[in-house]
Every structure is written in structure tokens, then in C-alpha cells.
Design a protein around this ligand. Structure first.
Ligand code: AGP
Length: 611
């Protein structure tokens, strides 16, 4: 889960040193890992490497990345897997001669055998990483007389595992080699420069013309050329060139202190764009595929799983479908149960989460049709699925998923409504009313932010001093609570758990003591009275009760709540899209109050590409 970038350009293309350009590209990849950072620049007939432990802002100043000039460079920001974060383990890694430099995202599973073999041949290793074997393997093949591209291919034939690689070889100062197997890698086609990176925002400042590489592909970029091969055969890439509608501003903070806050605030536009981008033909195909299936399986990881649970609730309670929702990495439980009469909905904002990808492959092998819901065009999960619906949230850089969650909910709700209409479970009037309501959600989200942001910020001071919190709800409020708890946990490092409110008496309430924060999601559904009882129980134990309450029930709950966050009166089926926003803000402001950087939560990376 690292970020890699390679740039090769014609002389004078950037009007600033390439070290500065690559530093900026790395800043946009930092969400993928931030243990250490490094760059390698081809200068004359040698490679200069600068790298170290720490975040980009600090390391790039300490090692003066901005001053390094050249035309061809690679860079890396690391999330450690093999070898602790240290200066030595930071990428790029070089061979014995220092003329080959490699950056890598993924895991080379057979690196120990290769390392022993290479050490027996006299290679000296300087890091504990799996990556370094690649540099020494290429060196070995060059010594045997291979040409650089052949040496690169020979090295690829020896390595196993998941990888995205970019390699610079000093003797070819205007070329960079790349290879993809499982870990994402995207080529950016610019003017006077070409790029290869783990994600599009890395080079969005320079180009929005991209080719998403596929597993097993490798090749090279030069300033005016892109060459891709698979299994020794050239790949026709012309038809795979895509123009991305994302702008450089979308991938920058635009005055916000953090991407997370910016992305929370972008939700009205992200929701509106997703609704505007609905392709009726695409949705109808998916609706028909679901109608022709026996059962529906929904899978995802983290936030995407929570979106799946909201979808599950709608599909089950509103439509009466036979739905099974699971966390992607637990797919094995279902393999004996599924068959070609089933359909699966795989949710992944990045489209690259390995747990979901592996599950999709296993389900497809058993004949299950797969619908992907993703925010990234041409990413692995959509490519391997039978149908894809894209959310249109724009790039999400903050590690915590925010706008991609609400847009996933939009897609799932529209899907549920279309299915409801087709199945005769809702009338066309009801359908139109609900679609109209969805169209109002951008405004509702905006007004909730305008009205509540200050109060949530004040509340965050209280929460920031606590060690633990509960999030309780009923019905569709349960996955909503799970998402609220995950946000607080991941960015503010406060233990937070979500339960169905009815379950709290079966154990969790034992932890509640004076001042213990409990966040209730109260929706306009038939759970209101039962929730009133649950709030009373918590209040009786001196909990610090916080409620997201529809305006019409505020009076009913007022005396029982320490903090009332007034929400619009809105159909419960659409409510999660609006209700999650104060919870996202609460997590964000609590992280800031505790002095943490919400964009770079410890131990986490935006996209998990190793199992
Ligand atoms: C969300 O805030 C998390 N960072 C994480 O749980 C995330 O949702 C999960 O890794 C799934 O990612 P995906 O949607 O890209 O598959």
C-alpha cells in the first residue's frame, strides 16, 4: 500500500527541477503510505537517490528534493510491509552498482529465495525489503549481457506476488520500465512528459489522459512514447486511452486544512454529480440481472461494507429479496453456497481493494454474476465484473472514506427504488417522490453542515477527552452507526463501537458510566419509541447522550439528550445519506482536537492492496 510515481520528460519541460515536480506528485500519493519517502533521479550516467524515514513535508526539506534536476525520475511514499520504517528500508532501492533504482508497491512473495540466490552470487543487500531483489535481479541479467528491457522482463519472470513496479536504469536516461500485477498502476500521457503512477491524482496537474494498466502488463515510457506488452505480445493501447473528468483542483486542498474536511464539504456536489450521471440503460441492465437472479450477495470492506449493509436493509425490508451481505475477506464462507443463479454486488470506491477483488474472482469462478459499484474508472474490480455502476464523487484523497460513502448510498438507493418499481413493491408515484427526495439530498446535506458544523465542533472537544464511545441505532440506523463509529476510531483513535440499540442491554451497557458518550441515530421510522426507551436506559446510567433526531421528534427526546443534533424530517430510506455527515464532522474535529492529522491516520492506507 505504497504510492509510486515515475516521470520521464524532454529537457526543460517543467521549468523547475524534476525533484520539485516529483515531490508534488508524491504529496498527492501520500494518502497511500507515509512511513518514509524517497526519489531517484537519473543525472548524466548515474542515479542520485535521496530518501529517508518520515513524512514528505519533513524528508523533502531535510534532503532538499526540490533542488535535484534531471529529466527522468522515480519516487515512492511507503506504507511498510517488509522491514520497519527506516532510512535504509525507504524506497527507491538500488542494485550493487547504484545504476538501477526501483520503486515498488505490493509484496514479492518469493523474495527470500531470490535474495539468498543473489547473495550467493555476491550481491550485497542494504535493506530488509522484498523490493531490493528486483534491482539486483536486473543487475544480474545485465551482467549476463541482456539488454535493459530484456533484463527487466527476465527479472519479472522470476518474481511472484503482487506488485506495481517502476524502474530507472542509468544507461537509458530517457526511459522508465514498469510492470503491474494486482497492485494498481496508471499511465499518464502528457505533453513533453509521460508518467506512470499508483493513482491518477499524482499527475493530474500535468495531464488527464490516462491508460489504466491491467494485470500482467509491463513495458516502458519515454517522453513521447508509451509501450505496453503482455506475455511477450505488444498490447494495443490506443483504444484504452481515457480522458478523466477530474481536475487538478479536485486533487488539492483548495484552502481547507485537510482533505477529509474538504471531501466532507464536497458531498453536496458529489451526490448531485452521481445523480446526474445515472445512466438509465446501465441501471436497467443491472436491475434485470438482479431480477433474474435467485439471491443477492453484497460485499465490501470497511466503509464500503457499511454501504452494502444499508443496501441490504433496503433490498430486504423494502423489496423482500433474499440478500446476504458480508465483509469481502470472509468470502470463503459462501463459496459452497453460491452458484450461477446468484448475483453479487461488489462495492469498492477504489476498485482495487484486494479482499474485494479476490472475493469477486472466487465468486465469478462459481458462476456468480458480479455488479461493481466503484468511484474509479477502469479499476480492477469494475474490469473484472459483469456490470459496473460508477459513483461520481471525484478523487477522494483523505484516508477516511466520506463522499464516496454517500455516493455509494445514492447508487444503492436508486437501485433499490428501480427494483421496487419493477417488482411492484412501490408505486410509480412513490418512486418519483423518492427520486425527488434524493435530488434534494445535496441541499439537505448542505443545510445540515451549515446548521450543525459549529455545534459538532464544540461537541468534539468533549469527545476528544473520552476513551470510548457507543453508536446506537435500529434498522437502517445500525449500519449508519457502524460507519459513524469507524470514522471516529480511524481518525481520532478513540475506541468506538456500534450496536443495534436493542442489543446494548445484552452486554455493552455494562461499560456505561457517568459521562460515557453514546451517539443515537434516530430516524423517522417505526423504531422511534423503542429508541426512546434505549436513550432512557443510557440516561439512567448517567451516559452522555447525543442524538441525531428528526426535527419532529426533538421535543420527545430533548430532556433525555445532553446534545440534540436536529436533523431534517426525511424518509428513513434516504436518511443515512444526510445523517452520516455530522458523524463524519464529529470524527474529523475530534481528531483535530486531539492533535492528529485526519488525512494520515496511523497504520492505515487509503487502499489496501495486500490480503
Ligand atoms: C474507510 O474510511 C476506510 N479507510 C476503509 O475502511 C475503506 O472503506 C476500505 O478499505 C474499503 O476501501 P474501498 O472502498 O476502496 O474498497
Amino acid at each position: 500500500m505504497c504510492g509510486i510515481i515515475g516521470i520521464t520528460s524532454i529537457r526543460g519541460n517543467f521549468r523547475e527541477p524534476i525533484g520539485k515536480v516529483i515531490r508534488r506528485c508524491l504529496e498527492r500519493l501520500e494518502y497511500r503510505g507515509y512511513d518514509s519517502v524517497g526519489i531517484a533521479v537519473i543525472r548524466g550516467n548515474r542515479i542520485e537517490v535521496r530518501k529517508g524515514k518520515g513524512k514528505i513535508a519533513e524528508v523533502s526539506v531535510r534532503l532538499n528534493f526540490d533542488s535535484v534536476d534531471g529529466e527522468t525520475a522515480i519516487g515512492h511514499t511507503r506504507w511498510a510491509t517488509h522491514g520497519k520504517p527506516s532510512d535504509e528500508n525507504a524506497h527507491p532501492h538500488t542494485d550493487c552498482t547504484g545504476n538501477i533504482a526501483v520503486v515498488h508497491n505490493g509484496i514479492i512473495s518469493n523474495f527470500l529465495e531470490l535474495k539468498e540466490e543473489l547473495m550467493r552470487k555476491g550481491h550485497v543487500f542494504r535493506s530488509e525489503t522484498d523490493t531490493e531483489v528486483v534491482a539486483h535481479l536486473i543487475e544480474e541479467y545485465l551482467k549476463m549481457g541482456y539488454k535493459p528491457f530484456d533484463a527487466f522482463k527476465a527479472a519479472l519472470s522470476r518474481i511472484q506476488g503482487a506488485y506495481a513496479l517502476v524502474v530507472a536504469i542509468a544507461q537509458e536516461p530517457n526511459r522508465l520500465y514498469f510492470a503491474r500485477n494486482t497492485s494498481p498502476l496508471i499511465i499518464g500521457i502528457g505533453h513533453g512528459a509521460n508518467f506512470v503512477a499508483s493513482d491518477i491524482p499524482a499527475f493530474l496537474e500535468f495531464t488527464n489522459t490516462v491508460i489504466v494498466l491491467r494485470d500482467g502488463e509491463y513495458g516502458y515510457i519515454e517522453p513521447g512514447k508509451v509501450y505496453v506488452e503482455k506475455d511477450g505480445v505488444p498490447v494495443n493501447i490506443e483504444e484504452r486511452i481515457r480522458l478523466i473528468s477530474w481536475t487538478p483542483e479536485m486533487a488539492s486542498k483548495e484552502g481547507y486544512p485537510h482533505f477529509m474536511l474538504k471531501e466532507i464539504h464536497e458531498q453536496p456536489i458529489a451526490i448531485a454529480s452521481t445523480l446526474a450521471g445515472i445512466d438509465e440503460r446501465e441501471f436497467n441492465e443491472v436491475v434485470n440481472a438482479i431480477l433474474n437472479s435467485r439471491r443477492v450477495f453484497i460485499l465490501g470492506a470497511g466503509t464500503s461494507y457499511h454501504a452494502g449493509l444499508v443496501g441490504d436493509y433496503l433490498f430486504t425490508s423494502m423489496l423482500g429479496l433474499d440478500v446476504h451481505t458480508f465483509i469481502s475477506s470472509e468470502y470463503r464462507k459462501y463459496l459452497n453456497a453460491v452458484n450461477d443463479g446468484d448475483i453479487a454486488i461488489a462495492i469498492s470506491q477504489s476498485g482495487e481493494t484486494i479482499d474485494t477483488l479476490v472475493a469477486v474472482r472466487a465468486l465469478k469462478e462459481r458462476g456468480v454474476k458480479v455488479v461493481a459499484i466503484s468511484n474509479v474508472i477502469d479499476s480492477a474490480i469494475p474490469r473484472e465484473s459483469n456490470y459496473t455502476i460508477y459513483t461520481r464523487a471525484g478523487p477522494e484523497i483523505g484516508v477516511a472514506a466520506t463522499k464516496t460513502f454517500t455516493t455509494q448510498l445514492v447508487v444503492l438507493t436508486v437501485l433499490a427504488l428501480k427494483l421496487g418499481l419493477a417488482l411492484g413493491k412501490i408505486t410509480s408515484n412513490e418512486y418519483r417522490g423518492m427520486i425527488d427526495l434524493l435530488k434534494k439530498t445535496p441541499d439537505l446535506v448542505q443545510s445540515v453542515m451549515t446548521n450543525l458544523e459549529g455545534r459538532v465542533k464544540a461537541l468534539s472537544i468533549y469527545i476528544s477527552k473520552r476513551q470510548s464511545a457507543y453508536y446506537l441505532g435500529r434498522g437502517i440506523g445500525v449500519p449508519l452507526s457502524m460507519e459513524g463509529a469507524l470514522k471516529l476510531k480511524e481518525v481520532a483513535y478513540i475506541h468506538a463501537e456500534a450496536y443495534p440499540a436493542g442489543e446494548s442491554k445484552h452486554g455493552p451497557i455494562a461499560l456505561v458510566e457517568e459521562g460515557y458518550p453514546v451517539v443515537f441515530s434516530i430516524l423517522d421510522d417505526d423504531n422511534v419509541d423503542a429508541l426512546l426507551g434505549n436513550v432512557m436506559e443510557m440516561k439512567a446510567r448517567d451516559a452522555y447522550t447525543i442524538g441525531l433526531v428528526p426535527e419532529k421528534y426533538v421535543g420527545k427526546f430533548r430532556d433525555l439528550l445532553n446534545v440534540t443534533l436536529e436533523m431534517p424530517n426525511i424518509d428513513y430510506r434516504v436518511a443515512p445519506i444526510v445523517y452520516v455527515v455530522p458523524m463524519q464532522l464529529l470524527a474529523y474535529y475530534t481528531a483535530v482536537a486531539r492533535g492528529y492529522d485526519p488525512d494520515r491516520p496511523r497504520n492505515l492506507a487509503k487502499t489496501v492492496t495486500v490480503e
